[in-house]
Design a protein around this ligand. Structure first.
Ligand code: NI
Ligand code: MN
Length: 228
């Protein structure tokens, strides 16, 4: 069974015995991260959008390991400028890789890369469905609630849904609860709730409300993992 390990904020590693992928590796600049980017060993780097708490160390990891960044076309083209290997996909599109299958899903958010003196837009943000060992995980990315989550739940037998609960920039706990009901995943893993003061939430409250609705929840602190 695949394992899901939290590294902090919105960064996770999904792995089987042979393969692993990392989501949104914001590590060096995150004081709560479970490890540094130099310790990561993966087959691919998935990046949901260009914000710094998601693109993070993706370019550095991709370059050091020679593994591709999988992202939307525009964000992939941005990363190629820094000498990364990339696999551009786009929303609704999927592809089979040696480690498993990746399909990009919509997310309602921004995807700009903000530098000191300018903003560079890299198209739409995304979430993704990753299937390894025939088990599918939905990683929502940064997004507000949208009713097509119901469709995502109908089309996929989700073993886990990784959902933001921080509010302010993404869904808050109440909307994430509704998302969990629509997705009907076996397990919900909250993310994106601890790094900044404006997104501080108590994941235990969220977990309790899920359990009242008969939905399993696993709160993963940085460094913790669960089987999927
Ligand atoms: Ni964001
Ligand atoms: Mn974010």
């Amino acid at each position: 069974m695949p394992k899901l390990k939290a590294l902090g904020h919105a960064c996770f590693i999904l792995s089987t015995d042979e393969h692993s992928v990392i989501f949104d590796p914001w590590l060096a600049e995150n004081p709560e991260a479970a490890c540094g980017p130099e310790e990561v060993e993966v087959d691919a780097v998935l990046v949901s959008h260009g914000h710094s708490d998601h693109l993070g160390d993706a370019i550095a990891i991709s370059r050091r390991l020679g593994v591709p960044i999988i992202a939307t076309f525009e964000l992939a083209m941005y990363c190629e400028r820094f000498g990364c290997r990339t696999v551009p996909l786009h929303i609704g599109g999927g592809r089979q890789f040696e480690f498993g299958h990746v399909k990009l899903t919509q997310a309602f958010h921004g995807s700009a890369i903000v530098n000191d003196d300018h903003i560079e837009y890299t198209g739409m943000p995304c979430g993704c469905l990753v299937t390894m060992d025939d088990r599918t995980v939905y990683y929502a990315g940064d997004t507000g609630l949208f009713s097509d989550m119901k469709l995502i739940g109908e089309l996929n037998d989700l073993k886990a849904a990784i959902l933001p609960i921080g509010d302010n920039f993404t869904m808050g706990p109440d909307d994430a609860l509704r998302a969990a009901e629509m997705l009907e995943a076996d397990l919900v893993v909250p993310m994106h709730y601890s790094a900044f003061e404006v997104i501080r939430q108590d994941p235990n409250l969220f977990a309790e409300k899920l359990r009242e609705r008969g939905i399993a929840c696993s709160i993963l602190k940085p460094g913790q993992e669960t089987e999927i």
